[in-house]
Design a protein around this ligand. Sequence first.
Ligand code: NAD
Ligand code: USQ
Length: 382
Amino acid sequence: MRIIVAGGDGFCGWPTALYLSEKGHEVTIVDNLVRRKIDDELHSNSVTPIASLQERVDKWRELTGKEIKVYEGDLNHYDFLSLVFKNERPEAFVHFAEQRSAPYSMIDREHAVYTQQNNVLGNLNVLYAIKEFEPDCHLIKLGTMGEYGQPNIDIEEGYIEIEHKGRKDTLPFPKQPGSFYHLTKVHDTHNIMFACKIWGIRATDLNQGVVYGLNTEETKKDPVLANRLDYDGVFGTALNRFVIQSAIGHDMTVYGSGGQTRAFLNIKDTVRCVEIAAENPADQGEFRVFNQFTESFSVQDLAEKTKQAAAELDIEANITSIENPRIENEDHYYNAVNTNLIDLGLEPHLLTQDVLKEMLNEALEHKDRIIVENVLPKVTWK
Ligand code: NAD
Ligand code: USQ
């Protein structure tokens, strides 16, 4: 299959591009490399040293004989995007290319506006490009479990059957996102659903939970193929941060009481979920939603599991509760459904002590690169 991976230089996109290429698909990466520029803006870095995108794909070709094409450019430049569609004629368009940090979107007005413009308008351009150039192309869009928030009822996959005043309907599940970033995913959802309805586009929205881990079989083949790993208070996510904090002897930063519960998955499952979606395309005009996660944990649970794994490696890790920089519920019900991907063949990699120890060892390998001042959160929601 001819597959475009937009955002293919990022944390989820790079391993996905390699995995799909390994499986024999014709993969083309589209990325404007903005994530590398944001590292400069934040005076931060990836824990792992990452090669340039060109070096990465050259090494992949050298090791496997497989070609991954690269287009460096922005989804918000429609002439550029049109050219990519005309040249590559994608059968699937995997869309990772958005600003994905909630704290980054909450820094100030400029960062909120940038995030919403970049994400919402970039996605709208992708919808128009599919309509104009490849109406049969399957859009596989990365959404987020955070679109739903934490309602006091079970979270269904995209839709919920409602009975109201004696009448029934199946309606989009209510959205209660927790940041200007998470809101962009809700806006994207609405735009995609509408485009499917009016133009007959086929789309799958992958409402992904928080991704942990670093490596896949492919990224491990050579240091030049290494994936990026974020740890700072802006781009680092809960479990990866706890592992890295433990590796450098920093207290694990549980925000508030730590009762916040979220859906999680291993990066190894991210790549497989995208493959499953590509192999089982949505129907023409269908807007399909998969909840892409494998397990749910509270933040406190994750810190405790990390502490235990660290102890097995003779590392003394401490958990500290710090004032929550976000405005969010710390004590709530959380039960989300995730049957669609499992029914299509996903075999989850669960969060075991072995997985945590492997992550700790990976963090230890590069711990000298960590800029300690970047670890504590500085962005607040207020
Ligand atoms: P990332 O920041 O590491 O990668 C995103 C990539 O997209 C970067 O390489 C960036 O340069 C590129 N990009 C951004 N805007 C672009 C634009 N306008 N044009 C072209 N390229 C652009 O993020 P990630 O962690 O790999 O996340 C990928 C996607 O998955 C995002 O949409 C994110 O919202 C979603 N997601 C991520 C997680 C997670 O835990 N990392 C969880 C759920 C959903
Ligand atoms: N948290 C801590 N301590 C930390 C970091 C985070 O307690 O050091 C808490 C947060 O307060 C929050 C939870 O952990 O309650 C998750 O935060 P996070 O930074 O790990 O994840 P989030 O901001 O939700 O965003 C990440 C990705 C985003 C993706 C989302 C999936 O950056 O791209 O959309 O996970 S989800 O959470 O399902 O919406």
